[in-house]
Ligand binder design. Structure first.
Ligand code: WAQ
Ligand code: MG
Length: 287
């Protein structure tokens, strides 16, 4: 990639006259030095070539202005040169399980995460954070004891400085198209999950969109890939978020530095498998 740049967007909305108890996830707008509560509307990030800056910023702004969570009143765009040479990684293989209800979804989440050593306590910590929603980034949870370790619980940790080469993007798009799931949302989530899973200290990730109309979530890990779970929540449900499960003895600061600051580019692609049985997915773990 020639002259890589990191582009990030975050959009928020001011809550006018909030009633007590409403918008529990609202944070105070610090930049204007006023006590105005705001909610996170959407965010996006990626590594691009400098020639892609205008097109990408336009796409990000359109996304912030036409979001199902509401129209943003504040959009912050950050564009920075990438100085370090990005690390190259492969994308995770993608599969989809059959799931018809949120209750079934919870069972699938537990089964997949238990198969790679994430404890019930850790899964329950994550599910209760996702149920509350309203974070801008992800929670960091120890996989055995289920302790929550990210320093700022309102913000969470945002995986950033991640991208994909043009040729890998083409191949990823072709694989996802064959499964009928080649959308911005899926591509961006696969890229993010692949960077997160490439950290040796991260065992798995759980994700549920906070968009009220997007009901497919995923569990991912280097061991079984990116596993999509349809109907993980019901329509009109505004809960959502991400949790990264980490090794018990891992150093949180090192993990955050990798997730937020180390530039990573996907330059090879793993297969897109389509609908797969959960037992078949777990069998891969034991091989
Ligand atoms: N780093 C960490 N956490 C993030 C990031 C990031 N870069 N971006 C979003 N989050 C957290 C944050 O808490 C959001 O509220 C939550 O995740 C959901 O973000 O294959 O669209 O952008 O069909 O709404 C999954 C795709 C889509 C499943 C997830 O997430 C599929 C999605 P959203
Ligand atoms: Mg969202």
């Amino acid at each position: 990639m020639k002259k890589p740049v990191s582009i990030r967007m975050r959009a928020s909305k001011i809550i006018q006259n909030p009633r007590p108890g409403e918008s529990p996830g609202a944070t105070k707008l610090k930049t204007q030095n006023k006590n105005i509560p705001e909610i996170h509307i959407s965010g996006a990030e990626g590594i691009y070539e400098s020639s892609e800056i205008f097109g990408t910023v336009k796409k990000y702004i359109q996304r912030a202005l036409r979001h199902p969570k509401g129209e943003a009143d504040r959009i912050v765009i950050t564009i920075e040169d990438i100085q370090e040479k990005p690390e190259s990684i492969s994308s995770l293989p993608v599969s989809t399980v059959t799931c018809n209800t949120p209750i079934e979804g919870r069972k699938i989440i537990k089964k997949l995460l238990h198969s790679i050593g994430v404890s019930t306590r850790a899964v329950n910590t994550a599910l209760s954070i996702l149920r509350k929603g309203a974070m801008r980034g992800a929670a960091i949870i120890t996989a055995e004891s289920g302790l929550r370790l990210e320093p700022d619980r309102e913000r969470g940790v945002r995986a950033s400085r991640l991208g994909i080469s043009k040729s890998a993007l083409k191949r990823l798009g072709a694989g996802l198209s064959r499964c009928g799931i080649n959308t911005d949302i899926v591509r961006e989530a696969v890229i993010l999950a692949s960077k997160v899973a490439a950290s040796r200290e991260v065992i798995a990730e759980l994700c549920m969109s906070d968009d009220p109309d997007y009901t497919t979530g995923y569990v991912s890990s280097q061991r079984f890939g990116y596993v999509r779970i349809p109907n993980i929540k019901s329509v009109e449900n505004r809960s959502g978020g991400r949790a990264f499960f980490i090794r018990e003895a891992a150093d949180v600061e090192t993990i955050i530095d990798y997730l937020e600051r180390t530039p990573v580019i996907i330059d090879s692609i793993s297969p897109c498998r389509g609908v797969t049985g959960i037992d078949e997915i777990i069998d891969c773990v034991n091989k």
